[in-house]
Design a protein around this ligand. Structure first.
Ligand SMILES: [Zn+2]
Length: 349
């Protein structure tokens, strides 16, 4: 039986939602990850220090007792972002980073930024104070084909931005193309890669009829892109690190309106491990999951260790969302019904 012991990982891109969903899903992350960067696109986006403090409080209250998990909060940038609030929040350790969503790029992003140049003054202050900028890298121009939106964003927005602010700590989130893989390496920025973009290409959304289970944003692309992403993630290179982009939606909404997002927290580590094993790169897994992120963000790696075992692991079809008495909904996890080869055994001393 193959086993692997690694430094406890962090999830550098995560959606925890609010209320009952938050309460029901947080343990999937808090059990096996030391920290997570929590995305601010809640129903009312987190745009103020007060908003971040109360969201963080609700996350901490939802944690299992004695959990040491640390949520790292982000501020949602808008056209009206107050520079003082942002930098103050960063200097006082309330915000870990700021998140840029182009307006309407994904779930709850209608408050996002309409013209990125309008934020250049803010990026200047972020660069000066060392505050990281996390980017959802897609244009929202309806003229641009949905499969091309990441590449067009890189050319139109990211490339000028990275050139103008060479010391700004930029992370291109959930990259989906070989174009992004190349850009990240050539421009000294960081990138997160999700487990689902390593497993599926765009065919998955159309297999057996329209299938919203595999609909996320940015959408999965052609096979050649998936292959490039697998190469990048398993390369051990410093600029690529784990960000699950786990994004739960209740089944009724996912099936009814096909909201974008894949819930992978319960299987993220096992899912990544499958890829690393297939690519003969298990030796690089600890870098991707536990070391490259802390290095990029200048924070220490976690102290605890995690033990992973190669053993058949049947993934449940649905995860129940319960209140005090009843089941009020279901969420389908990534790899539902499949048998994966790896299991997380637990914390190793
Ligand atoms: Zn996301």
């Amino acid at each position: 039986m193959k086993t692997l012991t690694i430094i406890k990982p962090d999830d550098w891109h995560l959606h925890l939602r609010e209320g009952l969903v938050l309460k029901n899903i947080i343990h999937f992350t808090s059990e096996f990850f030391g920290r997570a960067i929590v995305m601010p696109n809640t129903k009312n986006p987190i745009t103020t220090i007060g908003g971040a403090i109360s969201y963080k409080k609700s996350i901490l209250e939802a944690l299992p007792e004695s959990s040491k998990f640390e949520p790292l909060m982000t501020m949602y940038l808008t056209d009206d972002t107050d520079k003082g609030e942002l930098i103050n929040g960063f200097k006082n350790n309330i915000f870990f980073a700021a998140k840029l969503y182009p307006a309407n790029a994904t779930t709850n992003s209608s408050h996002g930024v309409k013209k990125i140049e309008n934020l250049y003054k803010i990026f200047e202050s972020m660069q000066d104070s060392g505050m990281p900028l996390l980017i959802h890298g897609e244009v929202t121009d309806p003229e641009v084909d949905i499969f091309d939106r990441e590449e067009v964003f890189i050319d139109r927005e990211l490339s000028p931005l990275a050139e103008r602010f060479p010391k700004l700590k930029i992370v291109l989130e959930h990259i989906t193309t070989s174009y992004a893989v190349d850009f990240v390496q050539e421009n000294n920025i960081g990138a997160t890669i999700t487990p689902h973009h390593l497993h599926i290409n765009r065919n998955a959304m159309f297999f057996g009829g329209l299938n919203s289970d595999f609909y996320c944003l940015p959408v999965a692309k052609r096979e050649k892109n998936r292959i490039a992403l697998r190469g990048a993630a398993t390369s051990g290179k410093d600029c690529f690190f784990l960000g699950s982009d786990s994004a739960p939606h209740l089944r009724k909404w996912k099936a009814f309106c096909g909201c974008a997002g894949i819930f992978n927290s319960p299987v993220a580590l096992q899912s990544y491990l499958t890829v690393f094993e297939e690519e003969n790169a298990l030796d690089n897994f600890e870098k991707f999951a536990s070391l490259n992120g802390p290095n990029f963000y200048n924070v220490p790696a976690n102290k605890e260790k995690l033990r992973l075992v190669s053993r058949p692991n049947k993934i449940t079809e649905f995860i129940d969302v319960v209140d005090e008495k009843n089941t009020v909904g279901k969420i389908k996890p990534f790899h539902a019904g499949e048998t994966l080869k790896w299991q997380v055994e637990g914390i190793a001393i």
